[in-house]
Design a protein around this ligand. Structure first.
Ligand SMILES: [Zn+2]
Ligand SMILES: [Zn+2]
Length: 148
């Protein structure tokens, strides 16, 4: 059993469940050497699972093999692979080698440092510029009074 090896550094209850599900399956199981196809660079290397957002273009280039599971669909978001904001993002649970884990961590760190999607995303930035003071009203707080 590979349980004593730390394959799931960023594990939470959901990724753990996914991990267990995959380890129970002959086809998706990761070897005791932790080697698997990395979704980032497509090399077979020691790879650990994490959650990542991927756009349709990147996903179709990469194929489905290294995906553990699709977590959910997002209408719009940041793709961790091409670092672009796109429509139809998929949030997936996939395996990544050390290098690609680092790359993703960098993308998400920059994103969080900027203040999340409202401040990093060109779509929201342009909205904010366009609407200025009204932006706050538009987005938030007293939703109930704006609701039609
Ligand atoms: Zn990789
Ligand atoms: Zn992409």
């Amino acid at each position: 059993m590979p349980t004593e090896l730390n394959t799931n550094e960023n594990a939470n209850s959901m990724t753990k469940k996914l991990w267990e599900k995959h380890q129970g399956d002959e086809y998706t199981k990761v070897s005791n050497y932790k080697e698997a196809v990395c979704l980032g660079c497509m090399k077979v290397d020691v790879a650990a699972a994490t959650i990542a957002d991927i756009c349709g273009d990147c996903a179709s280039k990469k194929g489905r093999e290294p995906l553990l599971a699709k977590v959910c669909d997002k209408y719009y978001g940041l793709c961790f692979f091409c670092s672009k904001y796109k429509f139809h993002i998929e949030q997936v649970n996939g395996r990544f080698c050390q290098t690609c884990h680092g790359r993703i961590a960098k993308v998400t760190k920059e994103y969080n440092e900027k203040g999340g999607f409202m401040k990093a995303d060109p779509f929201w930035i342009s909205l904010r510029k366009k609407h200025g003071k009204d932006f706050k009203k538009l987005m938030g707080g007293n939703n109930h009074s704006n609701r039609r």
